[in-house]
Design a binder for this molecule. Sequence first.
Ligand SMILES: C[S@@+](CC[C@H](N)C(=O)[O-])C[C@H]1O[C@@H](n2cnc3c(N)ncnc32)[C@H](O)[C@@H]1O
Length: 163
Amino acid sequence: MNWPLHLATNRQAIWPSEPLMRFIGRTYGNAPDRSKVRFLDIGSGKHAPNTHALTLMGYDVIAIDFAPGALAHERADIRASMLFEPETFDCVLDINTLCHVPDPPIAEIHKWLKPGGKFYSIAPHINTSRGHLEGKGYCRCAAWHGIQQLLAPFWDNLVSGFI
Ligand SMILES: C[S@@+](CC[C@H](N)C(=O)[O-])C[C@H]1O[C@@H](n2cnc3c(N)ncnc32)[C@H](O)[C@@H]1O
């Protein structure tokens, strides 16, 4: 997948993800000091809508994306080694990004989370309509068993749902 070309030539999300915003309100809305709640936004995208919204709300967000046309604090591949120290983030966000990465670094993400930290991921399911995935190259549309295998480090505390 040529993400730099894709970002340069295709429409990208400008609004934050609605289910993500509801999760943030439920989970971190009452944080006494939002600047102490640390997020990692993996694959922030051309307009980084989720990073932007969370930053405006006062949270501490680091956005990473490897495409030159993306808005990000760190321009790097999420699979690069030694990106972050263990126990750095309260919450790691994957909004339709790791589904495009054949071998996503799930074990590393698990280590980057503080104790009790959360990994919030939105990804297509095997039954998701393929229309909007056209031209995006590799995309994992997993069934329940595949998701279970992929998220093995999180499995004991997994909460899932359809949106
Ligand atoms: C479908 S877009 C999603 C953008 C954003 N999360 C959103 O919801 O609007 C996927 C983004 O992930 C980035 N990306 C894909 N693979 C990546 C990787 N291995 N490392 C870092 N960024 C990656 C692409 O450059 C692109 O900006």
